[in-house]
Design a protein around this ligand. Structure first.
Ligand code: NAP
Ligand code: MG
Length: 486
């Protein structure tokens, strides 16, 4: 492979600019969070190198063969990408597992989600249509949806392969070109993706991957005048920085900034099923999921009983590396582990009750592990119940009435996802109508791969929608054409 050199346990990667694999003078280390060991080195791009990537993407958009790709051909290309991903699923999942620490079976599932994005958007590449607008006799007026140009994709570390695919697939289906900046912690599967896109026949310059820090490379990308759209997933603080940077060039943004999503459990729900899903929605990927169900709102009459059930599920999860066949892996970095610990310590210091977890597990490893933790007896306005912890920490907030449940559910600055658990259809719809949230699940939480359904947040959870047909709006702009013929 041209892009990676291997010595015994350490791989040296190049980055992908203008269809070529390029070296840089400086590199940064990639660590396996399950062992704490350095596994690879990746380039740290300079701003000049980032500028070359944007130039390559702009040239590919303005002049290259990509312009001549008909919609159906873009679709066929994306089908090919989906197939190649599936053919290489194990290899990509292994890379993702080593880079993020997530268990192999979860990594396999996320790679399949990645493939699904290319497959889904392959099918719509030739079905993006405009409208004819009646004005008066002698005027033909119609709209077209056109690609924007060079799109920037700034990716977090929690689900790198599937999140990169989530925005790159619709951007390509609609005819844009792409510059990706993966998170410094987890760039490896994105570099592998570049290899696959190249192999599938994506023309040179259409997709570029530039590695380096958000502060330098990410910022240079977000402020670049030739970027016509920015898709960012990550923290609210960085989202604000990016939005301000984008304002300079009036660049549109799609921001997906996480949440503090409520699971609202009524006494009349199927409590067994609800407990299983509630426990898994905060422990999947060790809680490092933007839509993690991180607040459990439970009707007071079943508070004790339900908490016991959730606790049982949490305690049976096996923590460890993929080699241990574990259910949940480590947090991404030592820093993230310490952040989670600090939140739980704060809860303890403020008189909270810890039903389970609240500490590092007793396992023989230098990995960044933390036990699934259930925190009770805290106020809905305490920082544990308000801030995104991004770890396997679930806070319990009892309620007496549906009105009170609604007030607590809407009582954060976020609004990404919500779960409602009840057998009363009236209660379910009453709450679904009133919760401020991009998506609501009733008697479920996350369904299938989620590729087909729009996803995004209200309030500080973000702007815009990804996934589904809805995402296509954000990678195209409408041009109106009026013709007078009489
Ligand atoms: P982050 O700072 O928001 O990072 C996300 C991405 O943005 C990374 O690629 C990062 O690069 C890049 N970035 C950082 N500063 C930038 C800037 N000024 N301009 C352009 N790009 C920039 O997130 P984090 O520091 O990794 O994690 C912090 C917290 O964010 C987490 O604890 C969690 O609460 C939240 N988070 C949410 C999600 C989500 O899915 N909504 C995902 C990840 C994190 P580098 O990291 O390479 O420097
Ligand atoms: Mg960061």
């Amino acid at each position: 492979m041209g892009n990676v050199q291997s010595t015994e346990n350490l791989k040296s990667y190049k980055m992908f600019v203008g269809g070529a694999w390029v070296d840089t003078s400086e590199t940064s280390a990639v660590v396996n969070p399950a062992t704490g060991e350095k596994i690879a080195e990746v380039p740290i791009a300079t701003i000049e190198e980032l500028n070359l990537a944007v130039k390559a993407a702009k040239d590919a958009f303005d002049h290259g063969e990509w312009r001549d790709f008909q919609p159906v051909e873009r679709g066929r290309l994306l089908y090919k990408v989906a197939n190649l991903i599936r053919q290489n699923q194990k290899e990509i999942a292994e890379i993702e597992m080593l880079d993020t620490g997530k268990p192999f079976n979860i990594a396999m599932f996320e790679v399949e989600i990645g493939a699904r994005y290319y497959e889904f958007y392959a099918g719509v590449a030739d079905k993006i249509m405009g409208e004819t607008i009646p004005i008066k006799d002698g005027i033909l007026d119609f709209t077209k949806r056109e690609p924007l140009g060079v799109t920037a994709h700034i990716i977090p570390w929690n689900g790198p392969f599937q999140m990169t695919s989530r925005s790159v697939a619709p951007a390509l289906a609609t005819g844009n070109t792409v510059v990706i900046k993966p998170a410094q912690e987890t760039p490896l599967s994105t570099l592998k993706l570049a290899e696959i896109l190249d192999e599938a026949g994506v023309p040179k310059g259409v997709v570029n991957v530039v590695t380096g820090s958000g502060r330098v490379v990410g910022n240079a990308l977000a402020t670049h005048p030739d970027i016509r759209h920015i898709t960012f997933t990550g923290s609210v603080e960085t989202g604000k920085t990016i939005m301000k940077a984008a304002a300079e060039n009036i660049t549109p943004v799609t921001l997906e900034l996480g949440g503090k999503s409520p699971q609202v459990v009524f006494a009349d729900a199927d409590l067994e099923e609800a407990a299983k899903v509630v426990a898994s929605a905060i422990t999947l990927n060790t809680g490092q999921v933007c839509s993690a169900g991180s607040r459990l709102l439970v009707e007071r009459s079943v508070h004790k009983e339900f908490v016991e059930k959730v606790k049982t599920h949490m305690e049976t999860l096996k923590i460890g590396s993929s080699e241990d066949n574990a259910d949940i892996g480590p947090l991404i970095t030592k820093n993230q582990l310490e952040t989670v610990e600090a939140y739980v310590q704060y809860a303890k210091d403020n008189g909270a009750k810890i039903h389970c977890g609240g500490k590092r597990p007793n396992i023989d490893s230098n990995g960044f592990y933390y036990e699934p933790t259930l925190v009770d007896e805290i106020a809905p306005d305490s920082k544990l119940a308000q801030e995104e912890i991004f770890g396997p920490v679930l806070v319990v907030l009892p309620f007496d009435t549906k009105e009170e449940a609604l007030e607590i559910a809407n009582g954060t600055e976020f609004g990404l996802s919500a779960g409602i658990w009840t057998s009363n259809i009236n209660t379910a719809h009453w709450l679904a109508d009133r919760i401020r949230s991009g998506q609501v699940y009733i008697n479920s939480y996350s369904v299938g791969t989620g590729v087909e359904i729009p996803f995004g947040g209200s309030k500080k959870s973000g702007i815009g929608r990804e996934k589904g047909l809805e995402a296509l709006k954000y990678y195209t702009e409408v041009k109106n054409v009026a013709i007078k013929y009489m």
